[in-house]
Design a protein around this ligand. Structure first.
Ligand SMILES: Nc1nc2c(c(=O)[nH]1)N[C@H]1C(S)=C(S)[C@@H](COP(=O)(O)O)O[C@H]1N2
Ligand SMILES: [Mo]
Length: 322
């Protein structure tokens, strides 16, 4: 469902008075206390119950993250109409059109593998894990364009700590939703990649506080074309690592396969850290064009997040492990 930007409303504005004032009592009666109440603070559901309830959710009371850049945000229109989401077509304009009727509710994410507590989580449960933050990140696609987006979410390590990885867990494997009924273009013959879309991170990369489990952007739930209802955002890596519409998260002992590496291992490595000194065979990675800008700018090592992440790669030859 394509979002219209909505004016600021508070919970009280859209809620009948009795419900608003009795809400705390109601939550208590439902047994929803403590952490669960965070979601109540953050969520404002303006949806008609028909299709994607999350796609019409406006978040309130988001915590401002110290990890945010102060650079100018890319216009909402650009970020929602210039997308890579091959399940809905390979052209940048296609996902905004073809994902409109994508059903993202109900939705569950299965968390499995080397963890103490394997579990399936509903979106409602995920939204209650932690207070939601707004994180304004630079995001760079390997094709040479970049954006600055105010994402909504919390560190992935919150989820990881909840399910408790065992000592055997060394990597995390992610898998996207895949259904030819809803995604008729999600065929290898049409898109040139295999489905379901899969991605992976080393466990320490996944646990780094910058690694975001993302449920929204621009203060609202994710538009379908940007990976509703839940995706990853890993700001120091090329965009394709930030897998969309996640249905499975598996903690594993070996480096998991990743979609673009399977498609072309010479062009796409497992790590795929933004690195202006290592060119992609078809695109120089030295510069990038921010959507909306005319001139290109220099690409920064680790996309400018070197202070937070360089130590993850000490002693590694980043030309070899590209
Ligand atoms: N499931 C899935 N996730 C995906 C992709 C995709 O095709 N399918 N494209 C990736 C690429 S190449 C980029 S650049 C980002 C784009 O995210 P955005 O459209 O929200 O800017 O999503 C990544 N996640
Ligand atoms: Mo990308």
């Amino acid at each position: 469902m394509l979002l219209q930007r909505k004016p600021e409303l508070t919970y009280a504005d859209v809620t009948p008075k009795e419900i608003y004032f009795n809400r705390r009592k109601f939550l208590k009666a439902m047994g929803i206390t403590g952490v669960a109440a965070f979601a109540g603070r953050n969520l404002l559901n303006l949806a008609s119950p028909s299709r994607n309830v999350y796609a019409a959710t406006k978040f309130t009371g988001l915590i401002k993250s110290p990890f945010s850049t102060t650079e100018k945000e890319t216009p909402y229109q650009d970020v929602t109409h210039y997308n890579n989401f091959y399940e809905f077509g390979v052209d940048k304009a296609q996902p905004a059109k073809n994902a409109q009727n994508f059903r993202t509710s109900p939705w569950t994410v299965s968390v499995e593998g080397e963890v103490k507590t394997k579990r399936k989580f509903t979106m409602d449960e995920i939204l209650k894990f932690a207070p939601l933050e707004e994180r304004i990140y630079r995001h760079r696609c390997v094709e040479g364009w970049s954006i600055v987006v105010p994402w909504t979410g919390f560190s992935f390590n919150v989820l990881a700590r909840l399910v408790e990885p065992t000592p055997k867990a060394k990597f995390v494997a992610f898998e996207s939703y895949w259904d030819l009924g809803q995604m008729p273009m999600a065929k290898q013959a049409l898109a040139g990649i295999e489905f379901p879309y899969v991605e992976g991170l080393r466990l320490d990369e996944a646990m780094n506080p910058l690694t975001l489990l993302c449920v929204g952007m621009y203060g609202e739930s994710l538009p379908n074309q940007d990976g509703a209802p839940v995706r990853m955002v890993i700001p120091w890596k090329y965009g394709f690592k930030s897998i969309k519409s996640i249905v499975k998260i598996k903690f594993v002992s070996k480096e998991p396969p990743t979609t673009w590496n399977l498609a072309n291992s010479h062009e796409y490595g497992f790590y795929s850290n933004v690195n202006p000194n290592v060119d992609h065979p078809r695109w120089s990675q030295a510069t990038e064009r921010r959507l909306g800008d005319i001139f290109r700018r220099k690409t920064l090592m680790f996309n400018g997040y070197q202070d937070q992440v360089a130590s993850l790669y000490t002693g590694m030859d980043l030309k070899k492990y590209f």
